[in-house]
Design a protein around this ligand. Structure first.
Ligand SMILES: Nc1nc2c(ncn2[C@@H]2O[C@H](COP(=O)(O)OP(=O)(O)OP(=O)(O)O)[C@@H](O)[C@H]2O)c(=O)[nH]1
Ligand SMILES: [Mg+2]
Length: 232
């Protein structure tokens, strides 16, 4: 079974088209049993109501709702993993930056041996469309992380991936926010996961508001580096 885990916060404008795209793609694969778990983080719009309405017709679509405090993408992801039933975990964003149409490409790289398939913005045949500050920061972080930790992953900060759950659970993940993505990819490399990268087309969000806070991201990434240097 494939468990798709998607942290969400105020994605009312994306959630319905996203679920229908996912269903179309996944239901084409008769060989594949799947569940989609959304972890809502205190959304103030009707994201949760929209997911619940769909999940009443389709029990493969689930939502976990946080009601009292914001926990962040990393903690939400780990909570989703705890509730998942799949042998493999797919993570992606809800805002169509990660194209559901790229999922079959990620799946095609899975065989019994692959532990991690990363949807990469920075390999041959990838395309990415991001605003300049984000592009510069992303490239810079990837260059620094690659140099510092000598890993051969091209897109260390990618949040689009499929990972074998058994191996994921063995990683000591601590990141609470967006730093969960490089943390997973780096710790997977340190733990000698069999890793493949596939090219994706990454686009800037078109609907809904960005939750990205550059200063917070910078601090979180620096903290991750410090933690990994001190206790790799
Ligand atoms: N559970 C949870 N999900 C979040 C939170 N912040 C963002 N998300 C979700 O995480 C995914 C990525 O967030 P984005 O806001 O797209 O972050 P980004 O891609 O860095 O920035 P933009 O695309 O420019 O908005 C989306 O599915 C969001 O709905 C949060 O605090 N908690
Ligand atoms: Mg986004």
């Amino acid at each position: 079974m494939l468990s798709i885990i998607i942290p969400v916060r105020n994605e009312a404008q994306n959630i319905t088209p996203l679920i229908s795209r996912l269903k179309k793609i996944l239901e084409n694969r008769v060989d594949l049993d799947y569940e989609v778990i959304f972890i809502d983080d205190y959304s103030s719009d009707n994201t949760v109501a929209l997911i619940k309405a769909i999940s009443q017709q389709n029990p493969s679509i689930k939502v976990i709702q946080k009601q009292f405090e914001k926990i962040g993408v990393g903690t939400s992801f780990r909570m989703g993993v705890m509730h998942s039933k799949g042998e493999y975990i797919l993570t992606m964003d809800a805002d169509f930056s990660h194209n559901p149409s790229d999922i079959p490409k990620l799946l095609s790289e899975l065989n019994g041996e692959t532990d991690l398939v990363i949807g990469s913005r920075y390999i041959k045949q990838s395309k990415y469309y991001m605003q300049s500050p984000r592009k510069v920061l992303s490239k810079l972080f990837n260059a620094v992380l690659k140099q510092l930790f000598q890993v051969s992953i091209s897109d260390i900060t990618s949040g689009f991936r499929i990972v074998k759950k058994k191996r994921l659970l063995a990683l000591q993940l601590e990141a609470e926010k967006f730093d969960i993505h490089p943390e997973i990819n780096l710790k997977a490399a340190f733990s000698h996961f069999k890793i493949k990268e596939v090219p994706i087309v990454f686009i800037q969000r078109r609907r809904g508001k960005s939750k990205l806070n550059y200063l917070q991201m910078l601090l979180r990434y620096c903290r991750l580096i410090a933690n990994l240097v001190l206790k790799p």
